[in-house]
Design a protein around this ligand. Structure first.
Ligand code: PLP
Length: 389
């Protein structure tokens, strides 16, 4: 179309939403569709959180708030961060946003430009590459391989950094693989980055609470040598089952906070006021429902990994976090798009093809286990049928 900024043609999209739309169409046509495609917990938001939003509305919190978020919420985030990570954060470095995704958007608008390079996980969350492409920066792929439990190698990452590198994006626990990076690798990275003092890091920690077995979360802010160039993304969507509330936060270093805030002022102005009060209750109230959700996810993960590995030509690692498994599926050289499409159109099971997360995702499928065990059992039956057809 004439007149449009040419960069618009470079923005990608998120196939999980396209698959959701197709699943809804199939459902409307009378089919019983199981959606293992979308990344949102299948639990309601805990009632104490919902009540806090209702109270806020009844108390008259109907107007704009400060663009960086209400102070009580930013203080609650700082306390939460201290409790969980033993790291002090100044509430003035916290930006409350409509979901964690805005932090990706703002960060890439701040760092991406033609002739610059941004390193991003492959396979990795789709929004990173879509927005890097939009800014005109070169997207440099950081392999997260199955044999490395879908984590990265710090030496390999450092070897990709050059004078054009502006930003490195990391994500642990990871979407789409559930991979978790170790403290050892992060430490190595933090030390190595001393050689590249201009490079910033966006650490997407949105799944930081959803960890299993003996995995622990290591925020990138814990390395003092790089702290003045680490941006952390986290939020309420996954931990508190609040995807539709649109509530996230970013922690920005002093030197760039005001740029992020300006982007916020010029785009969303502020986050929905009642949602911010709900966010305070989420952090300060009982965490029992979070623990229950994690236990449920763990048993679903164990079920899936166990069953998938029993099927010939399928191999599945046991992910340390998030709520996805990422099995490698070998069926008559079919691509991951072909397999995912077949499963949706013929078996009415929505999954996301691995290739939509990057070249290294080819041959894999992302299965979200934010769905009840009956659906997961049905999925395994259908997958076995498909593999035998
Ligand atoms: N980062 C990752 C890795 C995600 O998987 C998602 C959501 O799927 C987000 C960020 C965005 O979360 P939100 O819904 O809070 O915008």
């Amino acid at each position: 179309m004439d007149g449009l900024n040419k960069s618009m043609y470079d923005i990608g999209s998120d196939s999980a939403f396209a698959i959701l739309a197709r699943s809804q169409e199939l459902q409307k046509a009378g089919n019983d569709v199981i959606n293992l495609g979308i990344g949102q917990p299948d639990f309601p938001t805990p009632s104490n959180i919902v009540q806090a939003a209702i109270n806020a509305l009844k108390e008259g919190h109907h107007g704009y708030t400060s663009s960086n978020g209400i102070l009580e919420l930013r203080k609650a985030v700082a306390d939460y961060y201290f409790k969980r990570n033993n790291i002090e954060i100044n509430p003035n470095n916290i930006l409350i946003t409509p979901g964690g995704k805005s932090i990706i958007f703002y960060t890439l608008l701040m760092f991406g430009e033609p002739n610059s390079e941004i390193i991003t996980p492959d396979p990795g969350f789709i929004a990173y590459k879509s927005m890097i492409d939009y800014t005109g920066a070169k997207c440099v792929s950081l392999p997260h391989r199955m044999q490395n439990d879908f984590s990265f190698d710090a030496d390999e990452l450092l070897s990709l950094v050059n004078e054009r590198t502006k930003l490195i994006i990391l994500n642990s626990p990871a979407n789409p693989t559930g991979g978790v990076v170790t403290d050892v690798e992060l430490q190595k990275l933090a030390e190595g980055l001393l050689r590249f003092p201009k490079v910033f890091i966006l650490s997407d920690e949105i799944y930081s609470r959803i960890l299993f077995d003996d995995h622990r979360h290591h925020t990138l802010l814990k390395y003092p040598e790089i702290r003045d160039r680490v941006i952390v993304l986290d939020g309420w969507s996954k931990t508190y089952s609040m995807t539709g509330w649109r509530l996230g936060f970013g922690i920005f270093p002093d030197n760039i906070f005001n740029f992020a805030e300006k982007l916020a002022i010029n785009s969303h102005s502020c986050v929905n006021s009642a949602a911010q009060f709900a966010g305070i209750e989420a952090l300060n109230g009982s965490q029992e429902s979070v623990e229950q959700m994690i236990n449920t996810f763990k048993s679903r993960r164990d079920f899936l990994v166990n069953e998938l590995n029993k099927i010939p030509s399928i191999e599945c690692k046991k992910p340390g976090g998030a709520f996805y498994v990422f099995p490698r599926i070998n069926k008559n050289n079919m691509s991951s798009i072909e397999i995912s499409k077949y499963l949706l159109e013929k078996k009415f099971i929505a999954t996301v093809p691995g290739s939509s997360f990057g070249n290294l995702g080819e041959g894999f499928l992302r299965i979200s286990y934010a769905s009840n065990i009956k659906n997961l059992e049905k999925f395994i039956l259908c997958l076995k049928e498909f593999m035998n057809e």
